[in-house]
Design a protein around this ligand. Structure first.
Ligand code: ZN
Length: 156
């Protein structure tokens, strides 16, 4: 259990594609624990493995309804429905918020740390968070959705 350093925009690792987890090892469990500890400390909504410098397809998200932390290994978005635009931040971009269009409803599949297949329908903030964290696993960041004016506003 440990709070780890969150990689900030500019770090190469944030631009790389993460690899699928082949088997859920002790190392994977430790990674998830570190993600959880780091997310709690930073009070964010979600956190992905590459943000801790680990290129594995794992992320966690705070469910605003149940207040529980959802942990997903090898997530896949299987359905998206409707879109909405809202301000969105990222722990790798402290103090920065961009207006981003995301699915209002999303269904995601993946595996729990115990190796159970899960399917989670989400809407609103959780749906946005799933889309955001899933992007991280492919090296996509919020700045990729920003307008030139927004980037200029933050001098990015
Ligand atoms: Zn992020």
């Amino acid at each position: 259990m440990a709070v780890k350093r969150i990689r900030k925009y500019g770090a190469d690792v944030l631009r790389k594609k993460s690899l699928s987890v082949k088997d859920i090892s002790e190392k994977t469990i430790k990674l998830i624990q570190n993600l959880e500890d780091t997310l709690k400390k930073s009070r964010g909504v979600g956190l992905s493995a590459p943000q801790l410098g680990v290129l594995e397809r794992v992320f966690i998200a705070n469910d605003p309804d149940t207040k529980k932390i959802i942990k997903i290994i090898n997530p896949e978005i299987v359905e998206i429905e409707e879109f909405e635009i809202d301000l969105e931040g990222c722990l790798s971009f402290p103090g920065v918020y961009f207006s981003i269009k995301r699915p209002a409803k999303i269904t995601i599949t993946g595996w729990t740390p115990r190796g159970k297949k899960i399917i989670i329908p989400a809407k609103g903030l959780l749906a946005r968070c799933f889309a955001h964290e899933h992007d991280h696993l492919n090296g996509t960041l919020i700045i990729d959705y920003a307008s030139e004016e927004e980037k200029k506003h933050y001098s990015l």
